[in-house]
Write a protein that binds this ligand. Sequence first.
Ligand code: S3P
Length: 191
Amino acid sequence: MIVFLIGFMGCGKSTVARGLAQCSGWEQIDLDQRVCQDVGVDTVAEIFATLGEAEFRRLERKAIESLPTEGNLIVATGGGAPCVGDNMELLVSKGITVYLKMSAEALSERLQHVRVVRPKIVGKSPEELYDYVATLLAEREPYYSRARVIVDCDGISSRVVVGRLKYLVKSAPCGRFSHQTSESEFLTYAK
Ligand code: S3P
């Protein structure tokens, strides 16, 4: 079973993936890091600068396709991954998709501190950043909201998010949850 964490840059996917892996013993991978390893560079920014975003998206798709279907795995996806072509269909068909939902206000506040390492927001002023996040989030929301499970993350720490989601990873191996589990069914256990 694969659990895909999806959502905008800065919503906490990588932190939550690490926390879930720690409390479940599942393996976790970061899709951006996987793509970087495949190319042999350290950062996504280097791929954007040398190969361009279109090539990054092609490699990102290839990395999703090559994920193993056996075993238990938590995958932190890049913020744009579900919003390109039919990637979201692929994610939904391969595992349980979990959207870590956050408002543009909360996201732009969090992203102020990590602008440098993210090629899509590097160099933006706080005002430009907010406008950019609000516009792109509105474009991406239709993709994200097709996730099986949606966790409202505004005002709660990654630790609390992990606490809610650990039911998902603990129950999946015994077959209680699958990629076809409805959100309401999941939430019955997650309370
Ligand atoms: C991107 C998000 C990044 C990374 C790339 C593009 C996006 O991942 O994949 O810089 O388009 O939103 P994070 O969401 O982990 O920052």
